[in-house]
Design a protein around this ligand. Structure first.
Ligand code: GLU
Ligand code: ASP
Length: 496
């Protein structure tokens, strides 16, 4: 029998962490360390992949490396669907988070061993599954700590968001420094240690701090459903294995084809989600209208994250190839540029929060905020056209261009990302509320799946064309969204 929400809230010590439940401490540091390991690994991974074999890297060409990192990112967020389902029906959130952490740590340990490309592939599998189990669930426990009416809720999510970005900020400074200066595997080892610390924090403090939060299985699989469900899972696994064998033998299963197939899945899955939600008899007419309003916002998110996520692929390559990194006898590690996004988030998030409060009713509506997100993402790429215009495509340019680009995208991120999840929660039909977290992450997944196809062109066309085109598309979409925003607001039927 599942406990009701109020009983769970009553079991959670309600203070002990800056006026918030002590449980927020547990979740904050678990996610801090998980993001430390994820973003540390990501900052190092691209460099590890394109560095020559003689220097300890994998010697993969930059376009392919960027494409692999993108599709990896897509899978990491797609697997949130599995993580959400396992927590909801089998393990409950708390145990799912724990096992997710274990898988992530194993993935990083594998990377810490000199296991080459095959080691990387197996490690990816662990990290993809592990993050799917951990990330959406740790965020949803944050909400479980507070009663529906508790006005500390929004602040809790802002604090949690700071934890994410603090982890993402510190990670490259440690992981990339160790990895680029000394040895790649040492860097990945640091990511593994980070996840280990996260796991220790989580398992030693959860009993005391989280009470019953996350311990229940909200919608347990009934015995009669078990057979059918495991049958379906077995069938999918069998189809996959046959597909891999046939594909492998026939030579059809090239890296390019696999990436293309995953890209297709990542785009089609959210479309299926929308159709299922729209057609469900449990969805009311008002909810259908809200879903229609959500579609352009979702597309805006995909475009936004496509640019934001290229910060760790295309802009990382730009840092390595086109940027002046050596000053006297100090060389800036390539991965350090990955700390810029979270650094600007940490500095500016409170400023934006205060700004919205100050503006009160005069603040931009939700669709307008999404369009600001697109405009600034677009500017962050358009600005990268300028250094090529000024100094051509050979000369090394000042790192300040990248600093400016990351700064601009963060302005967009602060308009779109914090309202994004709550908008998803409010616009998705009630009957699907357990899946809203997955739906939100599917925007990032689709974005990175599209990136996996786009980034390969970066090497073939001029920087001016690449940044100009993508930046331009984002700005145009932003303007269209701005024009549509009154209509979208109307379709949102009172949600704002
Ligand atoms: N950078 C944020 C995080 O890691 C946002 C993820 C996203 O929604 O893409 O949590
Ligand atoms: N800003 C991202 C997120 O909110 C972190 C990053 O891209 O490094 O976590």
């Amino acid at each position: 029998m599942s406990l009701d929400k109020e009983k769970i809230v009553q079991s959670v010590p309600q203070t002990g962490f800056f006026g918030h439940p002590k449980g927020l401490f547990t979740l904050f540091f678990t996610e801090f360390w998980e993001r430390f390991s994820y973003y540390g690994m990501r900052a190092l991974l691209i460099v590890y992949m394109f560095t020559e074999v003689s220097q300890g890297g994998l010697g993969i060409d930059k376009g392919t490396a960027a494409s692999i990192v993108s599709i990896y990112g897509a899978l990491v967020y797609m697997s949130g669907i599995i993580g959400g389902w396992i927590a909801d029906r089998i393990l409950g959130t708390s145990r799912t988070v724990f096992w997710g952490g274990v898988l992530i740590m194993l993935g990083h340990i594998l990377l810490a061993l000199p296991a080459g490309f095959n080691g990387l592939l197996i490690s990816m599998l662990f990290i993809i599954l592990g993050t799917g189990l951990l990330k959406p669930n740790v965020s949803s426990v944050v909400g479980d700590l507070y009663s529906e009416t508790d006005n500390r809720r929004d602040a809790a999510f802002s604090i949690f968001y700071m934890g994410i970005n603090l982890g993402a900020f510190i990670a490259p400074l440690i992981v990339s420094t160790l990895g680029e200066r000394y040895n790649f595997h040492l860097g990945f080892g640091a990511a593994a240690v980070g996840m280990l610390i996260g796991l220790i924090v989580f398992s030693t403090t959860k009993k005391k701090n989280l009470g019953l939060a996350g311990t229940q299985v909200p919608n347990p699989l009934k015995p009669e459903e078990r057979k059918k469900t495991f049958g379906i899972i077995g069938l999918i696994a069998a189809v996959l294995i046959v597909f891999l064998i046939v594909g492998g033998v026939s030579g059809f299963l090239t890296l390019t084809n696999v990436i293309a197939f995953i890209s297709f899945l990542a785009v089609i899955i959210p479309i299926i989600y929308f159709v299922v939600m729209y057609r469900s008899p449990k969805t009311t007419d008002v909810e259908r209208s809200r879903l229609i309003a959500y579609i352009p916002l979702f597309i805006a998110c995909v475009m936004f994250w496509a640019i934001q996520e290229q910060g760790s692929t295309i802009l990382a390559t730009y840092a390595a190839d086109r940027t002046q990194l050596t000053y006297g006898n100090f060389t800036i590690p390539v991965g350090w540029f990955q700390s810029l996004n979270p650094l600007f988030i940490i500095i500016l998030a409170p400023v934006f929060a205060a700004l919205w409060v100050k503006m009160g009713d005069r603040q931009p509506s939700t669709p307008q905020k999404f369009s600001l997100g697109l405009l600034f993402a677009g500017f962050s790429f358009l600005i990268m056209v300028i250094p090529s215009l000024i100094s051509g495509s050979e000369e090394l340019v000042s790192p300040m261009w990248l600093v400016l680009s990351f700064f601009l995208v963060v302005i967009g991120e602060l308009c779109l990302s914090p309202v994004g999840l709550s908008t998803t929660t409010k616009l998705a039909p009630k009957a699907f509320s357990a899946q809203t977290m997955s739906l939100w992450f599917l925007a990032s997944a689709a974005a990175q799946a599209i990136n996996a196809q786009i980034v390969r062109f970066y090497d073939g066309i001029s920087e001016i064309a690449y940044f100009g085109l993508l930046g331009g598309i984002s700005v145009v979409l932003g303007v269209i969204l701005l024009a549509m925003s009154p209509k979208i607001k109307q379709l949102m039927k009172g949600v704002n």
